[in-house]
Design a protein around this ligand. Structure first.
Ligand SMILES: NC(=O)c1ccc[n+]([C@@H]2O[C@H](COP(=O)([O-])OP(=O)(O)OC[C@H]3O[C@@H](n4cnc5c(N)ncnc54)[C@H](O)[C@@H]3O)[C@@H](O)[C@H]2O)c1
Length: 269
């Protein structure tokens, strides 16, 4: 499978390294970043030949990927995903919060329907999405996400705007609808969108900044006719990006393995 990766940051690097050491059976054909030198540095570690380093869609498409992994930003989802789908290229989306924008969601869906190309959204930095998908047929009444991260993991200008210029102890910096949380903290709560798309409901979200915290914590509560579920995930932040959990990259790698291998036995839903 010929693959391209958009975003040579924390998640993109872990994915590219997995492809380079053969853990994912795929051929890397293109890397994209608004700072292409980051892709060059990444390729040095990987000793792959003939990988296109791109700054735009045209260069990426010319490399003829079968599947592209977006691990960049909400803007990158807008700039690349509908166009790739329209050209029949499957896409894995990590910056999934972008899809809570109804207009972009519709554009992506139409592009996918038009060409038959697929959009894959990995579970990412949380757990329990299998059960949430199953419960979507059993009248889910409530979906709550509580996210706790070190204060440094948040955009400081946003915290300031919300009236939290200096945080000395665990502080609730947001409580409200998930779509509002995603707009305020696009780089921190992509998992809101995963839960929304899996459950068919916009989650209620609480966001906490805590200067003493060394892990990224997501707590999920689901109430439905069939089950009540409580999930707590404590994630090790990626060393080069404290906002991002290592689990998010591992989740994408697992998805890529599924897509690139012809497995006879499939576990989980
Ligand atoms: N789904 C999840 O569970 C989950 C978890 C963590 C992070 N994320 C999201 O995944 C994405 C990648 O995370 P990361 O930690 O690797 O981020 P990062 O900041 O470490 O790396 C992102 C890279 O993408 C590049 N980039 C950003 N916008 C671009 C654009 N429009 N065009 C080209 N290049 C662009 C940046 O220059 C950077 O090199 C982010 O949007 C993040 O919010 C999702």
């Amino acid at each position: 499978m010929r693959v391209g990766v958009i975003g040579c940051g924390a998640i993109g690097s872990v994915i590219v390294e997995a492809v380079c050491r053969g853990e994912v059976k795929a051929e890397l054909v293109a890397l994209v970043d608004r700072y292409p030198e980051k892709c060059g540095e990444l390729l040095k570690k990987c000793s792959k030949q003939g990988v296109a380093i791109c700054k735009d869609l045209e260069c990426l498409v010319n490399a003829r990927p079968r599947l592209v992994i977006e691990a960049a930003s909400h803007q990158a989802v807008r700039d690349y995903v509908p166009q790739l789908l329209a050209k029949g290229v499957d896409v894995v989306v990590l910056s999934v919060g972008a899809l809570l924008d109804e207009e972009l969601y519709k554009t992506v869906l139409e592009a996918s329907k038009g060409s038959g190309a697929r959009v894959y959204i990995p579970t990412g930095a949380i757990a329990g999405v299998d059960a949430v998908k199953a419960l979507a047929s059993a009248d889910i009444k409530r979906v709550v996400l509580r996210t706790y991260k070190n204060a440094k993991a948040f955009d400081q200008a946003t915290l300031k705007k919300l009236g939290f210029a200096e945080i000395r102890e665990r502080t609730k910096v947001f409580e409200g609808r998930g779509d509002v949380a995603v707009k305020l903290f696009p780089a921190n709560v992509n998992v809101v969108a995963v839960l929304a798309l899996a459950s068919g409901r916009i989650p209620w979200v609480e966001v906490y900044a805590d200067p003493a915290l060394s892990v990224n914590v997501h707590e999920i509560e689901i109430e439905s006719e069939a089950s009540g579920i409580r999930v707590r995930v404590e994630n090790i932040p990626h060393p080069s990006n404290p906002r991002t959990s290592y689990l998010a990259a591992l989740s994408a790698i697992r998805l890529l393995k599924q897509l690139s291998e012809d497995a006879y036995i499939h576990v989980g839903t």
